[in-house]
Design a protein around this ligand. Structure first.
Ligand code: NAG
Ligand code: NAG
Ligand code: NAG
Ligand code: NAG
Ligand code: NAG
Ligand code: NAG
Length: 894
């Protein structure tokens, strides 16, 4: 049981990693374009032919980019539809009878009883009808207009509609109140009902000349038979009580700067420490402040940044840390808690700006200061700019979500309260201290009500601040600009990639790469000061280019400007004891290095692994670096060993032209959005999730039929078969085999076949584990994780023998070896591990780090000082290191 639990833990951790790499990903559900009401109305062929039996929702008309499939997925119930709660799976008695199918599905999918109980409890409260507020007060109401005031019956015209901002057709529910609610929600001053089922909203009062006798508005409302809902081309028009909403337009600054002090609220995740340093270098002035929240699970980043607090009085790290998930309700909790903290630090500031490790300024800080100093008191948020009902649907605001087990469970529909405007969009913000102090201060009924709603909202940070702004007395400080440009590529970014953390399909923007440069350049004359996302592990050149663009002139002085290092493993990580695969792997590489040195007459003894770093140069992966302790000539020193995976792609069998195959490779942590593996060193263990990536060039042989992929396990068994349909017109794709964990350790082969002919072949290593949960693996554990999962293999038989498959005799041998491998532990196991790694990795060199900065000769080998080895993580990296404060209050890198 313990083992199973540990495997599960490890598995959950892998998942977590994948989540995290893509996590601070923009939290933004894509919104598809909704054609203006006007277009729609003009498009219809005459009024009466309007499709009156269309779904009870305006969003039935669809248009626009890649989000459509998302919506389908979002409205689909999860897994098999279960209509009754299986009480026998619960160790508690539900407080009510749960009828909602989404809630039932969530309760069954949740793993722990405590989470199940939480979902049950909330669902019961919601079912009772007293959970959410039914009505909230909007404090941004008009002095002249009154909610529900009937202006009269007006004549409408087919060519010139009276109210043009929204149109919806509600065959069962329409009524003046129903329509008024919709128009209030969207923030419009006028609502009108027509032809019984139609609801219109508008910004401008209909002309008095269109007014007609009330008897012309004579159709009963489907949602309330006591009320009238206009007639044939006649409309009952009402006031919503709101004024026409106009966001503020920020001033363009003059040349004078009145002083402005900014709090940069950095909410960080991941391990890109050097990039965080680079960002702080770019934004630092002694007059500004940094408040840093590091995700609770990211102890590496947190540990490394803690030093800054001691060095700089204007940098503080959040003490209360949250584990936030993509789209999770905890995100808003974290932001509000951070803002509360900020307000108690005694800092004097004019703006708080929210940034992550993947943001970077695209204008000089002086330009931002000028701009903000000219616009003090405003609040910067970006609205979705679409039709509100559609936004609510896309964003899932009309659904209840409950966060537990680091998952957002969808448990059913809800009705948003009457009376308030619903707004949202991007979750990148710049807020004034007055507004922040209102939000975190003594709660009025509006804030308390919104709190209940947003604690159960997907992507809360994308709507909360917008909605509070629009409904509070701060509504006239609203600026529709988040100061950010975001690299949306929805085709790549909207792949439902967060399904394992939320019951929803979300989108994420892409990283900027060198080729996206024009997009940044185009922002020059616009009031945009930051861009996202930037990830040096994907592309660093663009960051250097942006720096130059915003006025950096020191690049020629910066050592290793094109190098990038990112930590993968650190001995002090809280999770280090369970990094069994990477630890097993790193120790083996280090032994391999000792063997090579021994061949040079240099005997060393290797000791514990301190760090593993990824090393890239000029955006090309150059290998991994392992920092470890060792005894060299009986002195304990630090060595850093540089190594790289070998390539394993065989093409050109039988002289066929297969030049079209550009990539045919297995690794793990494939990032669909960036179309790259995050596991650059191909370090795979039995519990990894390998993925095959293939990339064909357009020169692909047109006569080729479907291609077949065969996965062969180390025992010579076919584990999975996949078909690549060439006609799918998709030349880059990935295949995730259906093989279950644990993968049989050893060398796996993957073949690509045209009919029965082998045209490409690769292999990958599943390393056996020397460690299990940080301890030397036992017989029992090895038996569990090293024996494979052959019962999950596809059952395939081949009529003709294929060269790729072993002959029977060889197969028998392989099975025998594989069976005996399962039993290997200790020295015997290490020997096996080392022989495998030898086949898959090349050691490229080692450097030494000792006190007296000397080169050290050992046998025929001469260790260079790491600080002098340009590949070493000890090599100077001014751009990735926090600089020193100079006279002007900036951080100087050199
Ligand atoms: C659910 O409600 C029951 C009964 O009110 C209570 O005893 C229990 O602690 C609640 N559980 C959770 C997880 O909220
Ligand atoms: C390729 O596979 C598809 C789907 O499996 C099948 O419909 C099609 O006939 C196959 N084409 C060839 C040339 O075998
Ligand atoms: C090909 O398929 C992959 C994986 O589904 C997808 O990411 C990519 O966008 C597709 N490309 C095209 C051109 O359809
Ligand atoms: C695999 O298929 C063969 C023939 O189709 C069948 O005889 C054999 O029992 C199957 N094996 C398993 C494990 O299902
Ligand atoms: C160490 O070796 C490097 C190159 O091999 C050389 O440039 C450097 O001067 C040496 N340093 C010392 C202190 O000997
Ligand atoms: C409103 C807000 O502050 N939003 C964002 C701040 O930055 C993080 C990314 O680090 C976003 O995820 C928040 O939603």
């Amino acid at each position: 049981m313990a083992i199973v639990r540990r495997i599960f833990y490890k598995y959950a951790k892998c998942l977590g990693l994948i989540v995290l790499t893509t996590f601070f990903a923009q939290l933004f559900i894509s919104i598809s374009f909704f054609p203006s009401v006007h277009d729609n109305l003009l498009k219809r062929q005459g009024y009466t032919s309007l499709a009156r039996n269309e779904a009870d929702d305006v969003s039935a008309r669809r248009q626009g980019p890649s989000v459509e499939d998302d919506e389908d997925l979002n409205s689909r119930p999860h897994n098999k539809v279960i209509t009754q709660l299986r009480l026998e799976e619960l160790d508690f008695k539900p407080t009510c009878e749960i009828k909602n199918r989404e809630a039932i599905s969530a309760i069954h999918r949740a793993k722990t009883q405590i989470c199940k109980q939480q979902i049950v409890n909330k669902t019961c409260l919601i079912q009772n009808g007293n959970f959410y507020p039914k009505k909230l007060t909007n404090h941004c109401i008009s002095k002249q207009k009154t909610y529900g005031y009937h202006l009269g019956c007006y004549l409408d015209e087919k060519k010139m509609r009276l109210l043009t901002s929204f149109y919806g057709n509600y065959a069962n529910t329409n009524s003046p109140t129903f329509c008024l609610d919709i128009c209030v929600q969207a923030g419009f001053p006028y609502a009108g009902v027509q032809y019984a089922t139609e609801c219109f909203c508008g910004e401008n009062e209909p002309p008095a000349t269109a007014k007609t006798s009330d008897v012309s508005c004579d159709m009963k409302c489907p949602g309330d038979s006591l009320q009238l809902c206009g007639g044939y081309f006649t409309m009952n028009v009402y006031e919503t009580g709101l004024d026409k909403f106009l966001p503020q337009l920020p001033k363009n600054p003059g040349d004078e700067i009145t002083s402005v002090q900014i709090v940069f609220l950095l909410t960080l995740n991941g391990r890109a420490l050097r990039q965080v340093h680079r960002l702080i270098n770019a934004l630092y002035r002694t007059s500004h402040y940094f408040y840093i929240h590091v995700d609770k699970r990211q102890d590496y980043l947190h540990r490394k940044l803690l030093n800054l607090e001691k060095k700089f009085p204007n940098i503080k790290l959040a003490k209360k840390r949250y584990s936030t998930i993509w789209g999770g309700a905890s995100l808003l909790k974290m932001l509000l808690s951070s803002m509360t903290d900020i307000s108690q630090l005694g800092w004097k500031w004019d703006y708080v700006i929210n940034l992550s490790e993947s943001d970077f300024p695209i204008k000089s800080l002086e330009e931002l200061e000028k701009f903000l100093s000219a616009n003090k008191g405003f609040n910067f948020v970006k609205s979705h700019g679409r039709e509100v009902q559609r936004f609510i649907k896309k964003q899932g605001l009309d659904k209840t979500f409950i966060e537990c087990e680091t998952h957002m469970w969808r448990v059913g529909e809800r009705k948003l309260p009457q009376g308030i405007v619903v707004d949202g969009g991007s979750d990148w913000i710049a807020l004034s201290p007055e507004f922040v102090s209102y939000v975190i201060g003594k709660h009025d009924e509006l804030l308390t009500g919104l709190e209940v709603i947003f604690e159960h909202t997907l992507l809360p940070a994308e709507s909360y601040f917008h909605t509070v702004l629009r409904n509070s007395h701060f509504c006239n400080t609203y600026v529709d600009n988040n100061l950010h440009v975001t690299n949306w590529k929805r085709k790549l970014g909207c792949k439902c990639q967060y399904k394992h953390v939320v019951d929803w399909c979300g989108c994420s923007p892409n990283d900027f790469k060198t080729e996206d440069w024009p997009r940044i350049q185009n922002t020059q004359s616009r009031q945009l000061f930051f861009a996202r996302k930037f990830e040096p592990i994907i592309n660093q050149e663009i960051i250097t280019r942006v720096e130059k663009y915003i006025g950096y002139t020191d690049h020629y002085l910066i050592n290793n400007l094109e190098a990038y290092w990112q930590n993968l493993y650190d001995i002090d990580d809280l999770t280090a004891p369970t990094d069994d695969t990477i630890l097993t792997h790193a120790e083996s590489i280090v032994r391999l290095n000792a063997k090579i040195l021994s061949g040079e007459g240099c005997q060393i003894q290797t000791n514990e692994i301190i760090e593993v770093n990824i090393y890239k140069y000029a955006d090309v992966y150059k290998g991994n670096l392992i920092l470890h302790k060792a005894l060299v000539q009986n002195k304990e020193v630090f060595l850093e060993t540089w190594y790289k995976p070998k390539h394993h792609l065989d093409l050109n069998f039988e002289n066929r032209n297969v030049d079209f195959i550009k990539v045919f490779k297995v690794s793990s942590e494939y990032d669909q959005k960036e179309m790259t593996f995050r596991n650059l060193g191909n370090v795979l263990g039995p519990l990894s999730e390998p993925v095959l990536l293939y990339q064909f060039s357009a020169q692909i042989d047109k006569t080729l039929g479907n291609l077949t992929v065969l996965w062969l396990d180390p025992a010579g068994m076919v584990a999975d078969v996949n078909i690549i349909q060439k006609d799918e017109n998709n030349l880059t794709n990935f295949i995730k085999p259906t093989i279950k964990q644990p993968f049989l350790p050893g060398i796996w082969k993957v073949g690509l076949f045209d009919q029965k002919k082998l045209i490409a072949r690769t292999k990958f290593l599943i390393t056996p584990l020397e460690y299990f949960s940080g301890k030397e693996i036992s017989h029992r554990e090895a038996n569990l994780v090293h024996s494979g999962s052959q019962n999950s293999y596809k059952n395939v038989t081949f009529t003709k023998p294929i060269k790729f498959l072993p002959e029977q005799e060889e197969k028998n041998l392989l099975v025998e070896i594989s069976n005996s491998n399962i039993k290997r532990i200790k020295g015997d196991l290490i020997e096996w591990i080392d022989s495998l790694n030898l086949e898959f990795y090349n050691v490229l060199g080692s450097c030494i780090s000792n006190r007296n900065n000397d080169n050290v000769s050992c046998g025929n080998y001469k260790f260079q000082q790491c600080s002098l080895s340009e590949w070493s993580s000890y090599s100077p990296d001014p751009k990735g290191t926090i600089g020193k404060v100079d006279k002007s209050g900036r951080l100087k890198r050199i």
